[in-house]
Design a protein around this ligand. Structure first.
Ligand code: ADP
Length: 467
């Protein structure tokens, strides 16, 4: 697996959760898996084992001195070290600004993946994740005659089509890409180089992280301009829902929450709610009223503006809202403004805080995900397990995972539609018996990796032409 993130070492979103937990599930299917990510500045060398010196990576006329480390764990987890490129504070940028050399950073990363496959971990299938790994299939085209890669296949998984890795054409010589592949059925995208399109155009198979999103990205509404090429590759495109790692997300064993609970004994959930209210400075009297939770990257994708639109209406229903997130400064400000306007009702925490994310999942009664689009979404699945009833927009993985009776869905992307769904949830909350039934239905749902890993494993076998 070639990925820019893998939990727990490097995470900004769901991609990390997937690459952090899928390998072990694949091992259980009998697959032999290794993972490669860059060693970012935030990953300490202490505890890592140096396994390869001077991995040769040449791009155009430049040479990058890379080495390879391995993290301890159940499977070979490799980290590509090249301090001038990756030894920085952020993964992709700082203070909301992308690093200007991301095209080089992730080109070197992809070329290094080939070198790793040549010298360290011989692979049958490169499973490439998102645009940061999108050049692997293009480079493999260039090395088509190389016996090392004879019969080697590629799977490209789209976790989010909204991030594409777009760069001007002038980078071509710098990143050692074959100019002959700069064409509309290759990695050319309206005159620019698109790393994600390289993955889509040249991979042997493409997958995305839910069946609904696999259909949606073939339409102009959700296709970000790539719906055409995705339709042309529909025959090799499939949707495999993300699984949840229930070792990390389980209210019966969760070490981050103040009290544990289960479907048989929900008592701990009330403790979690009490403590969460106190932690976020909300009044203890709110314990009897619905508490809405949000944990999200703050971007336009996640529907932050819809929440701002209905904040006053929610508060008017004598309801509290807690939000944790970071990202787009405008979205962050929007939440801080809501918190300032409705003290004692709305609390916002800006930042990335895994422990607090767990405490919100455990302590809230409802979880809001009004996403504009949502490839898979994990938080709604975590919410189900924690008896926190999801209120979601019916799109992508949210539509696939939230069924009537375990959550609330709305279709139109508007504040009015969201408010209607929230109102329905609040009304249901007033009937404690029925609400409890609803919580229990959600808690009984399983989105474990077992099914999804088997689907990936079957896909690898199909790619390799094995029955
Ligand atoms: P996406 O990949 O689009 O960010 P997902 O719902 O698939 O959305 O995954 C988000 C993951 O990132 C979840 O594990 C969620 O708990 C975590 N997460 C997002 N924002 C934060 C934050 N500010 N603090 C802690 N965890 C966060």
């Amino acid at each position: 697996m070639v990925s820019s993130e893998a939990a727990p070492l490097a995470k900004t979103g769901g991609l990390a959760d997937v690459v952090g937990s899928l390998p072990a599930a694949l091992q259980a299917c009998g697959d032999d898996v290794a993972v490669l990510i860059p060693r970012y500045g935030s990953i300490a060398l202490k505890g890592l084992r140096r396994v390869f010196d001077h991995l040769p990576v040449r791009l155009g006329s430049a040479r990058y001195d890379c080495s390879l480390y391995q993290a301890p764990g159940e499977f070979p987890f490799y980290l590509l070290d090249c301090p001038p490129l990756y030894g920085r504070k952020g993964l992709y940028g700082e203070s909301g600004v992308d690093y200007p050399d991301n095209h080089i950073r992730f080109a070197v990363f992809c070329r290094a993946a080939l070198a790793v496959a040549r010298g360290v971990f011989k692979t049958d299938v490169f499973h490439c994740h998102d645009w940061q790994a999108g050049l692997v299939p293009a480079y493999l085209q260039t090395f088509a005659g190389d016996p090392t890669f004879l019969g080697v296949k590629t799977l490209f998984t789209i976790h989010n089509l909204g991030y594409q890795g777009l760069f001007p054409k002038t980078i071509l010589p710098e990143v050692g890409l074959d100019a002959a592949l700069f064409r509309s059925d290759g990695f050319e995208f309206f005159g620019n180089v698109s790393y994600i399109k390289s993955g889509i155009a040249f991979a042997g198979a493409i997958s995305t992280v839910s069946p609904a999103y696999a259909r949606e990205i073939q339409t102009p509404e959700y296709g970000f301009g790539l719906d055409g090429i995705l339709r042309s590759r529909a025959g090799v495109l499939s949707g495999i829902l993300n699984g949840v790692d229930y070792r990390d997300w389980n209210p019966e064993t969760d070490q981050f929450i103040p009290a544990r609970f289960s479907a048989h004994d929900l008592g701990g959930k009330r403790v979690c709610k009490e403590r969460l209210l106190a932690e976020l400075g909300l009044p203890p009297e709110a314990i009897g009223r619905p508490l809405l939770g949000i944990v999200s990257r703050f971007t336009r994708q996640k529907g932050v503006e819809l929440i701002a639109e209905i904040a006053a209406d929610i508060v008017a229903q004598d309801v509290c809202l807690v939000a944790l997130g970071a990202g787009d400064p405008k979205c962050e400000e929007s939440f801080l403004r809501m918190a300032a306007e409705f003290p004692g009702r709305i609390a916002a925490r800006i930042g990335f805080d895994n422990a607090l994310a767990h405490r919100i999942e455990a302590g809230a009664d409802m979880f809001l995900m009004p996403s504009r689009y949502e490839p898979s979404g994990l938080n709604q699945m975590y919410s189900l397990k924690y008896g926190t009833v999801p209120v979601v927009r019916a799109t992508g993985g949210l539509d696939d995972t939230i069924e009537e009776g375990a959550g609330f869905k709305f279709r139109e992307y508007s504040g009015a539609a969201l408010l209607e769904a929230v109102r329905a949830a609040l009304e249901a909350f007033e009937n404690p018996g029925a609400w409890r039934e609803m919580m229990l239905r959600g808690m009984a749902k399983e989105f474990s990796w077992k099914t999804s890993a088997a689907a990936y494993s079957a896909l690898y076998q199909r790619l390799l032409g094995r029955p």
